[in-house]
Design a protein around this ligand. Structure first.
Ligand code: NDP
Length: 256
């Protein structure tokens, strides 16, 4: 039940748009407090307002405190200093949703630029690992806490033109499994959610702004929405404390 989320502190990376903005609303409705993290302050501010409005409209009396943190998860020093930026009255983070990630380009391997390759690994892999490191020690010490990593179908099977993105998501998958094994003697939970195609800004960034090419990917199928994935995140986070959803693979009905 989502009652288990009441007064919990949930930190979501990549909360300024796309998939990450939606669980912010659902967690607020369920009575959680939130730390919303991304690079764009204006977008974070509007997601924070929407989350607070949803909290109020739901008549929710628990939680509802929302703070925003402007941070690039690939900024090592910034991530190290992050815990000091979370107001102490919010308490300790209970649930970390590692959602920030992106894909840049659909390039043949010989054409991949070093900068693009490094940027994808920096955010999707190193950023996710550093964010995890920032909270893992206290989660272990408290013998609680939940890390929810957003992987992808692209971490299970690769497609031509997606070599780097798929490799980053395969890394998220194996990191998540290794992390789960490391904490198996504790009550810390580790879940990885692997969505198929979801229509967000991501879809256009992948084709460097070419909307026509982006739309073609969805021909003959109805992609998932941010809400579909957000509902999975909230479901995973609200299982009883002895239940860990290790892996959840969610596809549009017609995606091969
Ligand atoms: P969007 O591009 O719509 O949103 C990405 C979010 O991440 C934005 O809020 C962006 O905000 C933030 N972000 C990106 N880079 C960083 C960074 N370095 N530091 C902090 N925040 C960052 O993408 P989606 O919502 O579609 O993607 C979310 C996750 O879901 C990603 O991990 C993606 O790989 C995964 N996914 C997406 C699928 C899809 O088809 N869309 C399918 C399967 C998985 P800002 O620019 O403000 O920092």
């Amino acid at each position: 039940s989502t009652q288990r989320l009441e007064d919990k502190l949930v930190l979501i990376t990549g909360a300024s748009g796309g998939i990450g903005a939606v669980p912010a609303i659902l967690f607020a409705k369920a009575g959680a407090n939130l730390v919303l993290l991304a690079r764009r302050q204006d977008k974070l501010t509007s997601v924070a307002s929407a989350a607070q409005a949803a909290h109020k409209a739901a008549g929710q009396t628990k939680g509802g405190k929302v703070v925003t943190v402007v941070l690039d998860v690939s900024d090592r020093e910034g991530v190290n200093a992050l815990r000091g930026k979370i107001p102490s009255e919010l308490g300790q983070v209970d649930i970390l949703v590692n959602n920030a990630g992106f894909v840049l380009g659909v390039d043949k391997i010989g054409d991949i630029k070093d900068d693009d390759m490094e940027a994808m690994f920096e955010t999707n892999v190193y950023g996710l690992i550093r964010m995890t490191q920032a909270f893992l020690k206290e989660f272990k010490a408290r013998n609680s806490g939940h890390i929810i990593n957003i992987g992808s179908v692209a971490g299970r099977e690769a497609y031509a033109g997606g070599a780097i993105y798929c490799a980053t998501k395969a890394a998220v998958r194996s990191f998540s499994v290794s992390l789960l094994k490391e904490v198996v003697d504790t009550n810390v939970r580790v879940s990885e959610i692997q969505p198929g195609l979801v229509e967000t800004e991501f879809s256009i960034v992948r084709f460097r702004g070419d909307k026509g090419a982006a739309d073609k990917v969805y021909e003959g199928l109805e992609p998932l929405t941010g809400k579909d994935v957000a509902e999975e995140i909230v479901w995973v986070a609200s299982r009883p404390a002895h239940v860990n959803v290790a892996e959840l693979f969610v596809m549009p009905v017609n995606q091969a």
